[in-house]
Design a protein around this ligand. Sequence first.
Ligand SMILES: [Zn+2]
Length: 414
Amino acid sequence: MTKPVRDLRIDPDRMLAAFHELAEFGATGDGGVNRPTFSEAHLAARKWFREQIEATGLEFRLDGAGNHSAFLAGADSQAPTLLLGSHLDSVLNGGRFDGALGVMAAFEVLRTVQDAGLARKVSLEAIDFTDEEGTLVGLLGSAALAGRLPAELLQHPRGGREALLEGMQRAGVSDESILQAARPQGSLAGYLELHIEQGKRLERVGINIGIVTAIVGIWSYRLSFLGRADHAGTTTMDDRLDASLGASAFTLAARQLVLKEFPGCVVNVGNMTFGPGAFNIVPAQVDLSLEFRSAEEEEFKRLDSALLACAHEEARRFGLDLRVEALGKHSPSLMSIEVQDTFAAACDDLGLTHLSLPAGAGHDGQSFDGLCPVGMIFVPSKDGASHSPREFTAWADCVRGANALLQTVLKLAL
Ligand SMILES: [Zn+2]
């Protein structure tokens, strides 16, 4: 007699074996991996993934953006596709769970569904997206697939055009092929992703699964505090227009502002450049890289005004001018309520504890905001470590996450 669908589980040993093999590509010897997009190690990992797919009898698919997929057709060839995935690229000297777990879990879910021989009303696809981490562009593969990658961005990528050209050549893709990877409207039934939390909340409260409510938005500015260069020995302290004072005071004030008035948000001053930049010259200009994040649009706007008002106030206090250059405004992406509820029901069926939380990092799911229902779940990260070889999630937690993904897929796809 065949098992009831709700009793289906992934094969943990099979998934673990694949996960360990994958972690050998770009292994740094300290538990981490170094697989920046289109590096030799990244391409070798993708070649291995392709061989794994082909060995299972699932269909292998490769698109113009280099996205690698395992595909399992639905009952009807016109059926839309429920995408499951993550990314096999890593940051420089990153961990072996970030992205890799999601791809291996998606692949294992397809194998489990295939083995069970269940009829599906949608097609299923386990996808490894190109350049999620932004070594070259950031969310490159998912944005291309969603038809939302501006051609302009490929000319001025954050990793530099030269690096992108070299990488595209190694991977056998081009500007044209990347832009042609867009899927037809209405072809996606949804996008689901399992990922490590990369924070401490789940571990702290001892909860199995985090159901993501929204992926935070990120706004960034370059703020330039403008003063006057003077002799640092002969100019009296009260006669200086020292740009460093405005920049430093703003950095401290921004922290206080967020701590006091915006508890769900974060702010970061990631860089300061001093001009002219010498021991004996009062700084005439400090350029500061400002980034802040929120999961809620209205709060974002309030935080934005408050931070800019604060920058103007600190500039005025030290007699400085302020130049404001807006660099990027990525709105928060809300996860589908229906998918969140389905994840919760799957966790309940499996006897797993769960809580709702926003995702503080960017993820491929935001590329599909408004195109199809999107959902994500997190499993606990030990000490919250990520983008580091210290990244670790207990295997039992990885298996719980993969089973929650499986049961959610079964509820949505059958
Ligand atoms: Zn990731």
